[in-house]
Design a protein around this ligand. Structure first.
Ligand code: ZN
Length: 414
C-alpha cells in the first residue's frame, strides 16, 4: 500500500521547522534542513530524478516525462512546477506538535488545552470529514506541511502508479520545497533558471476550491524620530521626547485603514511595532494594497501625518524610509491566461468549485511571478493558519492531491 497524504502529514508535522525573523542566514532555523533532507530521501526512494538539497535548504526534484524520446520531440509538453514551503510561522510554537484525529460531526471543537475552534463557515463545510487538530498548545503546521504532503503524494502516484486516476502520459514536473516563506524570504535564493519550469503552482492555500492569482502589493516604512534627552528636573524648554512624538503619530493612524477593520480588497496600514526612549524612537509599519492608486494613498496618508506630528513637536527630527517588499501577483500573470484556466478546470475535475480569492498577504508566488516564473496558488485543505486552532481536513487535502494530478493531465492535453 502506498503511503497516504495523511500518513505523510502526520510524520512531517513532528519535525519542528518554525522559521525565525531577523536572521541573516537562510534557512533561518536548522529544522528546515532536517525536514528537507528527509523529503529529499523520500523523493529518491520513490524514484524522482535530480533530487537536490542546496546550501539554503531548497529541495528540488524532477518527475520525468517518460514517453519515448521521439514522442517527446514530436509533442513537447510544457514543464510544470509544484512548490510548497518547509517552514511554519514564528507567530505560534511549532515544537512538539501533537496532532489529533477527529471524525467531525459539526459544532465547535474543544482542544485538549481548553482552547476552542469555533464553527466557522469553513469548518461547517467539513462536516463528515476526518480532521487533524492540535492539542491546543502549538500550531498544526498544515501551513504548509499539508501542501508538502499533497505534492509528495501526487509525485509518488505519478512515479509509481498503483492508484486509479493517475494520468499517463504527463510532461516533466519539477518540485521545489522552499525555506523561510513565513519570514518573507522563500524566494530569496530560488534559482528560477535552474528550476527550469515554464510555470508553477504553490500549494499553500486554505480550503477547496479557493485559488489565488492576486496578492497584495507590499511596502514597509521604517519611521525614526530623534528627540533631545536631558535630566527631567531641568527639562523645561529643552527636552524633546521622541517616544511621546511617535506615540502621537501612532494614535492618529486612521482606524478605518487598520488590518483589524479592513477585509476583502480594502488596503491597510499596519503598525507592527514601536520602540523608543526620550532620545530616539522607531516604528515599523507595513502598507498593503491591491492597486497602485491605493498604495499611493497609503503613502500619502502617512506622509501627511508625519508632517503634522513633526510640526506638533518642535525640535524633533523625523526620517521615513519606505521599501518595496513584493508586487501584486496579478500583474505578472496577465499574459498567461492558460495557467489560470487550467487550474480552474483541474479543481472542477477534482469535484470542487473553483473560487478566485485575493490574498491579503503575499506568497512565494508573488515574488516568483515577479522573477519570471508565473505561479498562482491553490488550496491545501487546512485552515486557521498560524494559530493553535489551526486544523486540516484530510478529505480536502486529498482534493488538493487530485487537483495536482489533474493539472498533470491538463498540461499534457488529456
Ligand atoms: Zn504558507
Amino acid at each position: 500500500m502506498p503511503e497516504t497524504a495523511l500518513d505523510r502529514f502526520l510524520r512531517y508535522v513532528r519535525i519542528e521547522t518554525t522559521s525565525k525573523d531577523g536572521v541573516e542566514r537562510v534557512p533561518s532555523t536548522p529544522g528546515q534542513l532536517e525536514f528537507g533532507a528527509l523529503l529529499a530521501n523520500e523523493l529518491r526512494a520513490m524514484g524522482a530524478e535530480d533530487v537536490f538539497q542546496d546550501e539554503h535548504g531548497y529541495v528540488t526534484a524532477t518527475i520525468p516525462d517518460r514517453r519515448p524520446a521521439a514522442e517527446r520531440a514530436a509533442r513537447p509538453i510544457p514543464v510544470m512546477g509544484w512548490i510548497a514551503h518547509l517552514d511554519t510561522a514564528p507567530d505560534t510554537s511549532g515544537k512538539n506538535v501533537n496532532p489529533k484525529l477527529i471524525d467531525y460531526k459539526g459544532g465547535p471543537i474543544r482542544l485538549e488545552s481548553g482552547a476552542e475552534i469555533p464553527e466557522s463557515e469553513g469548518l461547517h463545510s467539513c462536516i463528515g470529514d476526518l480532521l487533524v487538530v492540535t492539542d491546543g498548545t502549538t500550531l498544526l503546521g498544515a501551513d504548509d506541511k499539508s501542501g508538502v504532503a499533497a505534492i509528495m503524494t501526487a509525485a509518488d502516484r505519478l512515479l509509481n502508479g498503483g492508484v486509479e486516476g493517475v494520468p499517463y502520459p504527463h510532461g516533466k514536473i519539477r518540485i521545489a520545497f522552499t525555506p523561510d516563506e513565513e519570514v518573507g524570504r522563500g524566494a530569496d535564493f530560488f534559482d528560477v533558471k535552474k528550476f527550469g519550469a515554464d510555470f508553477a503552482y504553490t500549494v499553500d492555500g486554505e480550503l477547496p476550491g479557493e485559488i489565488n492569482k492576486e496578492t497584495f502589493s507590499a511596502e514597509q516604512l521604517r519611521l525614526a524620530v530623534t528627540g533631545v534627552d536631558i535630566h527631567p528636573g531641568t527639562a523645561k524648554g529643552v527636552m524633546v521626547n521622541a517616544s511621546r512624538a511617535l506615540a502621537g503619530f501612532a494614535a492618529e493612524l486612521p482606524a478605518d485603514r487598520a488590518p483589524e477593520s479592513t477585509e476583502g480588497r480594502q488596503p491597510y496600514i499596519h503598525l507592527c511595532s514601536m520602540t523608543g526612549d526620550v532620545a530616539s524612537a522607531e516604528a515599523h509599519i507595513i502598507l498593503r494594497a491591491f492597486t497602485d492608486a491605493e498604495m499611493d494613498e497609503n503613502r500619502q496618508i502617512l506622509d501627511e501625518l508625519i508632517e503634522r506630528r513633526k510640526e506638533a513637536t518642535p525640535g524633533s527630527v523625523w526620517s521615513a524610509e519606505y521599501k518595496k517588499q513584493y508586487p501584486n501577483m496579478a500583474e505578472g500573470l496577465k499574459g498567461h491566461p492558460e495557467i489560470l484556466t487550467r487550474l480552474e478546470e483541474a479543481v472542477r475535475r477534482a469535484g470542487a468549485e473553483p473560487v478566485w480569492k485575493p490574498i491579503r498577504g503575499g506568497t512565494d508566488g508573488s515574488r516568483l511571478t515577479e522573477m519570471g516564473l508565473p505561479t498562482p496558488n491553490l488550496f491545501t485543505g487546512g485552515n486557521n493558519f498560524h494559530a493553535v486552532t489551526e486544523w486540516l481536513s484530510v478529505n480536502k487535502m486529498e482534493i488538493a492531491v487530485q487537483t495536482l494530478l489533474n493539472l498533470a493531465s491538463l498540461v499534457a492535453d488529456l
